[in-house]
Design a binder for this molecule. Structure first.
Ligand SMILES: [Zn+2]
Ligand SMILES: [Zn+2]
Length: 230
């Protein structure tokens, strides 16, 4: 190194001192920067932490609110359930009563049915009996009618003389009962007496003498048949 070109030693030392100072300042600056960075990081962390905390709190709040709502809903549901259960129980009781009533009605209906069946059988028997009686009665009526007709026929027969077939009357054809019991009209008896003679005249039915000994010979004295004359 030459003395002409070299700077004075004081300057150098000043320069070196300045550099040292600058270096030291730079160092301090770096330290401060680091510190700021740290503090910023801390702040960020704090913020994050606070945010988390707030979120947690909010979530917790929300959760508790939700819990409350759920609890209320649960309570409501339980109340409704209890009410429905009570209603169901009441309905069940009512149904039981109705079933019992229905059962009683059914039993009564069965008894009535039984009674009705018995009555039906009884009515059938009575109808059968009535039919039989009616049938017998009709038969009896027919028999009676026939008897009546016979009687009427006989009466008609009795009301006329069986010799001349003329109706008896109260004048010339009075029905006279003879000793034998037969009845003839006056006219016929007169005819018979005229033809056979008073002592020989006989009943045309059984040949018993009309005027026996010791008996009246007058026609007018012979009894009149009142049955025939009514
Ligand atoms: Zn006679
Ligand atoms: Zn006659």
């Amino acid at each position: 190194m030459s003395s002409s070109g070299s700077p004075p030693s004081t300057l150098v030392s000043t320069f070196e001192e300045a550099i040292a100072k600058l270096t030291s300042l730079f160092g301090m600056m770096r330290m401060m920067e680091a510190e700021i960075k740290d503090q910023r990081n801390n702040l960020q962390a704090l913020k994050n932490s606070q945010r988390l905390s707030v979120r947690g709190s909010i979530q917790s709040n929300m959760s508790s609110r939700t819990d409350g709502i759920l609890q209320r809903r649960l309570d409501e549901t339980e109340r409704k359930l209890a009410k429905t259960s009570a209603e169901l129980k009441a309905k069940d009781e009512k149904l039981k009563k109705e079933t019992a009533s229905l059962e009683a009605s059914r039993e009564a209906h069965r008894l009535l049915q039984e009674e009705s069946n018995k009555s039906k059988v009884s009515v059938m028997r009575l109808t059968f009996k009535l039919n039989r009686i009616t049938h017998e009665s009709v038969k009896e009526q027919a028999v009676l009618k026939k008897k009546l007709l016979d009687c009427e026929t006989r009466l008609a027969t009795y009301s006329e003389c069986l010799v001349c077939y003329q109706k008896f009357d109260e004048n010339t054809r009075i029905p006279r009962v003879m000793d034998c019991g037969h009845t003839l009209c006056d006219f016929c008896i007169n005819q018979i007496v005229k033809m056979a003679g008073c002592y020989s005249a006989t009943c045309p039915f059984d040949r018993v003498r009309i005027f026996g000994f010791g008996k009246s010979r007058r026609l007018e004295d012979r009894p009149c048949n009142r049955f025939i004359m009514k």
